[in-house]
Structures are given as structure tokens and as C-alpha cells.
Write a protein that binds this ligand. Structure first.
Ligand code: NAP
Ligand code: SF4
Length: 672
């Protein structure tokens, strides 16, 4: 008997039966572009071994012009087939199934060669696309079809045709990107001709015994997006053209509404997919912010879909399905939807990984081999670096004792979890607690580990973290001057007018914390929809509220400052920085760059800018001016005879984040 009866019900597709209702959604890892397909095979093989029902690969372009950028992975040369065969063979050897996603980027292609229904440049690309003529459209259909045939030849169990997120096929559907007057534009019947024709031709080419998923945009979240009637009309036509499954796409990439970030409530869009249930006879998949077996089960039990797609959760834990099946969901490493090591890496042209699981997409390079020589290891500091080092060392067979002077594990994660929209950190800390127990780590909380306590260990790992930097602004009068630690731990209460000194990740977090009151929108879907202006696509085109967002007012007047003359937030993660900025702007938070801090007195924070002197009237100044390494223990251990390693913020505080801390802890422990 399983805890998740809906999740573990087989899905009969006619020629094949999937063992469960979990699809690993398409993700770009950048591994194919590295060109080492043994590594690609190791990545997908690990996920297949974990028991997922069906895997979909990252997007493969069907031709040069359709690639997301020059050199993007694809399957348009016959010689590519052998590489893809390595992947499909590995997945099949592990007992899994895999479909290849065919992704034509259209005007989203980062290339001067990009093509589209009309020559309308996208707001997220510097390149204006070339308008395709009739022969050009025929070529795209032929290339997509050939790519599907090659996928079959390479051993894939099916293909997913990417028709959502504002990519090429999606661009034909709406009038703001399709201004054509021929048979591919004008009426909706004409605008949907291309996606339907693509599905019809692919089905004819690959035969009946091949899975054909079509990813359909169910809520565009852009002005002049599709109506719900159009979505249903397209879904029915795609079914008639031969699709086996419909997958859900949410929002175009140019949409100004977050769709997968951690501040988006869990299962935020399953209500949209549910509207399609009963309109078509083929299975319907839902997606976005589904990250635990419990959430996935509830989505299916509520009749929102026939199957769930999860993507990033399979970076965090390749064994998601197997652990759920075994009734051990508390041991599943949770995806916290931070994007820091996956999507942000993709935008930085780096191979993806996972903040929670540094082995993701690095399976062949970061190996946690059992040790032949177990050692006694002390780890001091139960923040992300120390937790990661403890777990990996213990998993490898070392005897690990983890010390922290605090009464709970988590370190700075305990502050992050207090920020509205970052509630996923609670689950991450819970997971670490569970796993420390699983691996027999001796956790000593409330203990000040000094040189005496540590004298008995072969290795001491110093993960003592950071101390907040005091920028030394002269202060007098009764304005309250506190650090972010005081605010986020509840030691201090901010007044009604707040100046935040420092606009890095923590300054933004504190601004978010201070500009919210009441329930976090991340935990209340209706509130979140109001905050961002999301409505039912059956009522408004594209699912956008015509009156825009209606955020709840900030309980405080907040000003966020930095010395650099650039736009505050410029250095935040590429895929989430815009969300933080938009959220704070909607709360009336003022953001200022180019400020020198002069002094604090009864009038507030005095600054100097290029416009001359000024004063930010406030009753509280919160210092978020970066951190310094906390190294006192390392100094005390000098000459003690122990082998000492320093990791995380205690090593380098500048630009520290949980991703680097966890990765460094894991890599050190893998080498001991
Ligand atoms: P940070 O990102 O390095 O920002 C420090 C801020 O303090 C900057 O705005 C800096 O701007 C200012 N500053 C530095 N020295 C100063 C001084 N002497 N006087 C006045 N201001 C000074 O560090 P953080 O905000 O403390 O965050 C720490 C790490 O955690 C960061 O790497 C961050 O990425 C990570 N984090 C990430 C997130 C996330 O959402 N991804 C959230 C929280 C934290 P100026 O020098 O221009 O004044
Ligand atoms: Fe999830 Fe963050 Fe890992 Fe990406 S990096 S898979 S968002 S936990």
C-alpha cells in the first residue's frame, strides 16, 4: 500500500504503460553543449534509476535557426544520433523511458538568424527575427518532423513538441507576434494551423507506437495572450492531429509575472490545467511549483490533471519517486525553487547544478565513494556549509560530530526562512535534520566547541560562518541602528520609517520582510494572484487582470540604499532579481544607488549623492552592509595538531551564498 495512490497508478497510453504519474519535465542543463554524452547519460540514467515514469530531455533544436543560441544542442545532423543513443541506452538499461523535447525558439533565439511568423522583436532579445515566407514555414515543419524521426532512430520513446512559453509555435497563436495575412495568420483557425500541422506531420512520420507530447500554453500571462476558448480549441485540434499527451505551459518567457520562483505558491497553476480536464480524452499533465509527493498527490486527487510534471525536484533528488514509493518522502532533498544553481547557471552559460544537491549534472565528477579509512571528524557550525560537509562525510562512512552553539541547526538559513516568499527554507532545514539522523551524525547543539573539545578529532572542519559588517557610520540621537540579524531573528522591531544600508541579497530580503504584513502571499494563492494581477484566462485574455496588480500596502516606508551608482538589485540572480525589484516597487520601497553615508542623527540617515546632500527621514536604520568571516576558532586551533579545514563564510565571506557553502562542504567531505 502506497501513501500516494494516485501518484503510483500506472498510465496506459495504448502501446505502452507508464508505471506512475510522474513526468520529469524538460530542463536545460548545458551538458549536451559540453559535448560529453557519457556525462549526459549519467545524468539521465540516475533519474531513470530513481523510478520516474517518463523523462523529457532538455530542448533540442530541430535546425540552426531554431536553437536558443548559436551552438545550442539539437538533433538536426545525422551524426548526432549516436550521441543521443548513449542517453537512451542508459535510461533503458536503468528501466526508464525518455522522450526528447523538440524546441524551436523562433524569435527567442539569441541569434541574428532567428525566424518568426512576423518581424516583431521580443522584449527579451536584441535580435529582430526574419519573417518566414511560405517556403520558410514548410522548411521549419520539415525540420521538426525530421528531428522527431531521428529521435525515434536514436531510441527515444517519444518526443515532446514545445508549443508554449512563447517559443516559435506559440508565436503563431497570438496577434501580437503573428501579424500575417496569409493562411498562417489572421483568424484563430489560421494562427493555430502551424502547431496542428506540426503535430499531424510528426505523428505521420513516427507512427502510432511513439509517445507524442504537446506542451500547450494554458495561460500566457502576456497582454493579448490567448483566450480560454482558443486554448481549448487548440487542445482539441492537437488531440485530433495525433498527440498522445498534453503538457501544460505557464507564461511566456517575456511575462512579467513569476511562474516558478520560490515566492510563487506551490501548485499555483494547477487550477488552470484542471479547466482542461474533460475537454480532451488524452491525458493532461500539469506543472509548476510542485515539489513534494504530498503536493503532487493532492493535485491528482483534486482532479487537476492525469499526471504531474516536476523538473527541478529531479535536480535536487534523482530518487524522488523511489523514496516516495518507499514511504520515505522526508528523505527527499527538497527543491527550494531558488533557481540559483539551475536556471541562473543556464543564463550565465554554465552547466546547471543544484544548490541542495551539488552532484546534479556533475554525477561523474563529484562522487561520494565509501571511505576505506574512516576518520573522526568534527564539524563546527551547522549552517549550510557545515551541514553539507557533515552529511557527505557521514554518508561516506566517517564518524562525524557536528557542533553549533545555537540551539537549532540551519545557521543563516534560519533567517532566510523568515522572509516572505522564502518559506521553502523550512523544508530544507527539516531535510537536513532528518538526514543527519539517517547518517548517524552526532549533533551537539548549544555547545561551544573550543580547542579542548576538538582535540580528539582527526579532522576539524571550521564552518563558523560570518559576522555582519559594521560600516561604522557615525550615529547620535535616538534613531535605532540595528543589523539584519536583529531584525530577522526578532531581537529588534523596526519603526514606521526604515532606511536599509546595503542593497545586496540580504538588503533585499530585509526590505521584503519589512514591507509585508500579515500572511505571506507565497502561502495564499488568492492573495498572490492579487499581488501580481493574475486572473482566469476564461475571463481575461492571457490571464492578466485588466486593472493590473493590487498589492497590499506596505506597513512601513522603506528606503533601500547602496553606495554603487548602479541600479540596486543588478547583481541579484538573473532569473529572480527582477521579481524582487518588482515586488518591492509594488510596495512603494524606494531604491537608491550612489549614496555615501555621512551620519545618523535625530533627523535620520544623512547621505551625499551626485545631487548633493540629503537626508532619509527614518526611525530605524538596518545595516545590511555585507559580512566578515568568523575565524576566531581557526586561530585558536593553530598549533593544536588537528588537521583544520575552513569552509563557507568563515573561508570567504564576500559573495557567500548557500550554493557556494553547500558545494564547498560537499566537495571537501568527498575528498576526506
Ligand atoms: P552582498 O550581496 O555582498 O551585499 C552587501 C551590500 O553591502 C552591498 O549592497 C554593498 O553595496 C554594501 N556594502 C558593502 N560594504 C559596505 C560598507 N563598508 N559600508 C556600507 N555598505 C557596504 O552581501 P549580503 O547582502 O550580505 O548577502 C550575502 C550573500 O548572501 C550574498 O552573496 C547574497 O548573494 C546572498 N544572498 C542571496 C540571496 C538570494 O536571494 N539569492 C538572499 C540573501 C543573501 P555598496 O558597496 O554599493 O554599498
Ligand atoms: Fe531547485 Fe534551487 Fe536546486 Fe534549482 S538550484 S533545482 S531551484 S533547489
Amino acid at each position: 500500500m502506497t501513501d500516494y495512490p494516485h501518484l503510483f497508478q500506472p498510465l496506459d497510453l495504448g502501446h505502452v504503460t507508464l508505471p506512475n504519474r510522474v513526468l520529469m519535465g524538460s530542463m536545460h542543463t548545458g551538458l549536451e553543449e559540453v559535448g560529453d554524452f557519457d556525462r549526459v547519460a549519467a545524468f539521465y540514467g540516475a533519474r531513470a534509476r530513481g523510478g520516474v515514469g517518463l523523462i523529457v530531455t532538455g530542448g533540442m533544436s530541430p535546425n540552426r535557426e531554431g536553437g536558443v543560441l548559436p551552438g545550442a544542442a539539437g538533433l538536426f545532423k545525422p551524426e548526432d544520433i549516436a550521441n543521443h543513443r548513449k542517453v537512451t541506452d542508459r535510461v533503458h538499461d536503468e528501466g526508464g523511458r525518455i522522450a526528447m523535447q523538440i524546441l524551436h525558439a523562433g524569435r527567442y533565439a539569441y541569434s541574428p538568424e532567428c525566424v518568426a511568423p512576423s518581424a516583431v522583436k521580443s522584449p527579451i532579445s536584441p535580435f529582430a527575427p526574419k519573417e518566414l515566407d511560405e517556403a520558410g514555414i514548410e522548411k521549419q515543419i520539415a525540420d521538426i518532423t525530421t528531428s522527431a524521426e531521428r529521435a525515434r532512430e536514436a531510441g527515444y520513446d517519444g518526443v515532446e513538441i514545445m508549443g508554449s512559453e512563447g517559443y516559435f509555435l506559440n508565436q503563431f497563436l497570438v496577434t501580437h507576434t503573428n501579424r500575417r495575412t496569409d493562411r498562417w495568420g489572421g483568424s484563430y483557425e489560421n494562427r493555430m494551423r502551424l502547431p496542428v500541422e506540426v503535430v499531424r506531420r510528426v505523428r505521420a512520420a513516427v507512427g502510432e507506437d511513439f509517445i507524442l507530447i504537446y506542451r500547450l500554453s494554458m495561460i500566457d500571462l502576456v497582454p493579448n495572450g490567448s483566450t480560454w476558448d482558443e486554448v481549448v480549441t487548440l487542445a482539441k485540434a492537437i488531440e485530433s492531429a495525433g498527440a498522445s499527451i498534453l503538457n501544460t505551459g505557464i507564461g511566456w518567457h517575456e511575462a512579467r509575472i513569476p511562474t516558478i520562483a520560490t515566492s510563487v505558491p506551490r501548485r499555483a497553476f494547477t487550477w488552470v490545467t484542471k479547466k482542461l480536464m474533460g475537454e480532451v480524452a488524452i491525458p493532461v499533465i500539469t506543472s509548476n511549483r510542485i515539489n513534494t509527493p504530498e503536493v503532487a498527490e493532492s493535485v491528482l486527487a483534486d482532479g487537476c490533471a492525469d499526471m504531474v510534471s516536476m523538473a527541478r525536484p529531479f535536480l535536487a533528488d534523482p530518487d524522488f519517486v523511489g523514496k516516495a514509493k518507499a514511504g520515505r518522502s522526508e528523505t527527499i532533498a527538497p527543491c527550494i525553487a531558488c533557481n540559483q544553481a539551475c536556471l541562473d547557471h543556464t543564463f550565465e552559460m554554465k552547466v546547471a547544478s543544484c544548490l541542495v544537491n551539488p552532484q546534479a549534472a556533475h554525477e561523474t565528477e563529484l562522487v561520494y565513494a565509501p571511505t576505506d579509512t574512516p576518520k573522526k571528524i568534527a564539524v563546527v557550525g551547522a549552517g549550510p556549509a557545515g551541514l553539507s560537509a557533515s552529511l557527505v562525510a557521514a554518508e561516506r562512512g566517517h564518524a562525524v560530530t557536528l557542533f553549533d552553539r545555537a540551539s537549532e541547526i540551519g545557521g543563516q538559513l534560519n533567517m532566510a526562512k523568515k522572509v516572505p516568499g522564502k518559506e521553502e527554507f523550512f523544508g530544507l532545514i527539516d531535510w537536513y535534520r532528518t538526514m543527519l539522523g539517517e547518517h548517524g551524525v552526532d549533533v551537539q547543539l548549544g555547545v561551544e566547541a573550543d580547542a579542548d573539545v576538538l582535540s580528539d578529532f582527526d579532522h576539524v572542519i571550521v564552518a563558523t560562518g560570518v559576522l555582519p559588517r559594521d560600516p561604522g557610520i557615525p550615529a547620535s540621537g535616538d534613531v535605532q541602528v540595528v543589523s539584519y540579524v536583529d531584525i530577522l531573528t526578532g531581537r529588534a522591531e523596526a519603526g514606521d520609517r526604515v532606511a536599509i544600508v546595503g542593497a545586496g541579497g540580504i538588503g533585499f530580503d530585509v526590505a521584503e520582510y519589512l514591507s509585508h504584513a500579515g500572511e505571506s502571499p507565497a502561502e495564499n494563492l488568492e492573495l498572490w494572484k492579487e499581488e501580481w494581477g493574475v486572473s482566469d484566462p476564461a475571463e481575461h485574455r492571457g490571464g492578466l487582470e485588466p486593472d493590473g496588480a493590487s498589492p497590499t500596502a506596505s506597513p512601513r516606508q522603506v528606503t533601500l540604499l547602496q553606495r554603487k551608482a548602479e541600479r540596486p538589485g543588478k547583481r541579484l540572480g538573473k532569473t529572480t532579481g527582477w521579481i524582487h525589484r518588482a515586488s518591492l516597487m509594488s510596495k512603494g520601497v524606494k531604491m537608491m544607488g550612489g549614496a555615501e553615508y555621512v551620519r545618523i542623527d535625530q533627523d535620520g540617515l544623512h547621505i551625499m549623492t551626485s545631487d548633493g546632500p540629503g537626508v532619509i527621514a527614518c526611525d530605524t536604520v538596518v545595516l545590511c552592509a555585507g559580512q566578515e568571516p568568523e575565524r576566531s576558532l581557526e586561530n585558536a586551533l593553530e598549533g593544536s595538531g588537528s588537521t583544520v579545514h575552513v569552509i563557507g563564510g568563515a573561508d570567504v565571506a564576500a559573495e557567500l551564498d548557500a550554493k557556494r557553502a553547500i558545494d564547498q562542504g560537499a566537495r571537501l567531505a568527498a575528498a576526506l
